[in-house]
Design a protein around this ligand. Structure first.
Ligand code: AR6
Length: 172
């Protein structure tokens, strides 16, 4: 698998699947979530509402992932995943790693070969960027998947630099 890093806006990525850093409600929010719904249009929210009425009546649990249309985004699907809120007293690294692993699993089910990820949990959910970058790189590196390209789309220079370091430090 190729791992690419770019600094930019995830809603502009021409890939098969774009991953959304959603919340359990699946009904939208700020950050990446807000940007994806704004730019992708109402079709995405309509599908999210249907998911809430069917499979995910209680919401999507943290660490899980589910796909919808990408609406007007230049991608085919959005894979919504729910990151853990960072906690200094409880280690939730496994839940964060699971976001990446489960998103790739959903991508495989869709037949997606190129996937763009944001740095899940590093915004509103306050996960320290260096640690989040290490967990993200390790999780995609160790996944068994048919996805050929994982592109991490980092919003600012500091996040980009953290992912660059994590990639350089990661074995393999
Ligand atoms: N493209 C790429 N990265 C972005 C973009 C963008 N357009 N916008 C922000 N980022 P966040 P979380 C970066 O807060 O921490 C929402 O309200 C941002 O700088 O989007 O998982 C949801 O509904 C940060 O590094 O996601 C949830 O309630 C990273 O993306 C909650 O926030 C993730 O920040 C989820 O919080």
């Amino acid at each position: 698998m190729d791992i690419e890093l770019v600094q930019g806006d995830i809603t502009e990525q021409e890939v098969d699947a774009v991953v959304n850093a959603a919340n359990s409600s699946l009904l939208g929010g700020g950050g990446v979530d807000g940007a994806i719904h704004r730019r992708g249009g109402p079709e995405i929210l309509a599908e999210c509402r249907r998911l809430r009425e069917t499979r995910y009546g209680e919401g999507l649990p943290a660490g899980q992932a589910v796909a919808t249309t990408a609406g007007r985004l230049p991608a085919r699907w959005v894979v919504h995943t729910v990151g853990p809120v960072y906690s200094a007293s409880e280690d939730r690294s496994d839940v964060l790693a699971s976001c990446y692993a489960r998103s790739l699993q959903v991508a495989d089910e869709l037949g997606a070969r190129t996937v763009a990820f944001p740095a899940v949990s590093t915004g509103v959910y306050r996960w320290p960027i260096e640690d989040a970058a290490r967990i993200a790189i390790e999780a995609v590196r160790s996944a068994s998947t048919d996805v050929q390209t994982c592109r991490f789309v980092l919003f600012d220079a500091a996040a980009y630099a953290a992912f660059e370091r994590a990639l350089a430090d990661s074995p393999g």
